[in-house]
Design a protein around this ligand. Structure first.
Ligand code: A2P
Length: 276
């Protein structure tokens, strides 16, 4: 007998299905997708995700277009979350920004990265320093129980150009503070350890300025009522653009903190926020 049913829609390799999309500004959006049953990762790691590229003009063949994306959801979440910039002429994000619930994306299930607890020595105070979409790995780590088991205080600084670019992080932190399931998982009062320090550089907001300048002037420490970075007590993770990462590295090294890695834990770790 001939099979007359329509051919099944071809599946992308390593396909996952989009379950939620949220747009924050004309430059930023987040989305959630299904998680491969076999995918294990440590909060803070990244994976390669993407879409099929346009067909080759002569051969018609399509190749996957992949970029590194920090997983913004914690390791225990049954879905995956990503936070992305939209670059109008970016090869991937110009397309990715149009995904809808039910669409497929490609996700290579090989997580890696340095923004993990294993790369830091024990300490008292954990700092997360982010610019722009560099907030993503911290969205994962802020929902990770170990973050609160290992530290007395968790300080997250996020510097963006405009106020609207802070929304994803601000809403996430608010939701963490009100989440009863997280309180049960991590213990009542865990969220009191979070100190959130958002700043903007190109639009008026309660706190303005680059975080690097606020550190140099001492304003950051004064505002938070904490002593300046000290290698005995402070641990830090950085995720932002390259110039930001380098400036912060200099500031940390000057304060006596050493860069750590999975194979050699130390006082701080760095990851570039990957741009299209
Ligand atoms: P600024 O507006 O002064 O450039 P971007 O979107 O370009 O990645 O920047 C995100 C945020 O990070 C902006 O607020 C930007 O400030 C800030 N920023 C960029 N470079 C640095 C740096 N080298 N040190 C500190 N902050 C930076």
């Amino acid at each position: 007998m001939t099979d007359t049913s329509a051919p099944a829609k071809p599946h992308l390799p390593d396909a996952q299905t989009v379950t939620e999309v949220t747009h924050y500004t004309d430059r930023l959006f987040s989305f959630r997708c299904t998680r491969p049953a076999s995918l294990r990762f440590r909060s803070g790691e990244f994976v390669m995700i993407g879409l099929m590229g346009d067909p080759h003009p002569e051969t018609g063949k399509q190749k996957p277009l992949l970029r590194a994306y920090s997983i913004a959801s914690p390791s225990w979440d049954e879905e995956l979350e990503f936070y992305s910039i939209k670059v109008p002429d970016g090869p991937l994000t110009s397309k990715l920004q149009h995904i809808k619930v039910g669409d497929e994306i490609i996700l290579r299930p090989k997580p890696v990265g340095t923004l993990v607890h294993d790369a830091l020595l024990p300490g008292k105070r954990l700092w997360f320093f982010a610019t722009g979409t560099g907030f993503a790995p911290f969205a994962s780590l802020l929902r990770e129980p170990q973050t609160y088991e290992d530290y007395d205080e968790v300080i997250i600084t996020h510097t963006c150009r405009e106020v609207g670019e802070l929304t994803y992080g601000a809403e996430l932190i608010e939701s963490i503070k009100q989440d009863e399931m997280l309180a049960e998982l991590m213990g009542e009062g865990f969220a009191d350890k979070i100190r959130y320090y958002p700043t903007t550089t190109r639009e008026e907001s309660p706190k303005m300025g680059r975080i690097t300048d606020l550190m140099r002037s001492g304003e950051l420490y004064e505002d938070l009522g904490v002593p300046p970075l000290n290698p005995d007590t402070d641990r830090a993770m950085i995720c932002g653009n390259l110039a930001f990462n380098l400036e912060l590295k200099d500031l940390f090294e000057a304060a006596g903190l050493e860069e750590g890695a999975n194979s050699k834990p130390a006082q701080y770790v760095v990851e570039k926020a990957f741009l299209d």
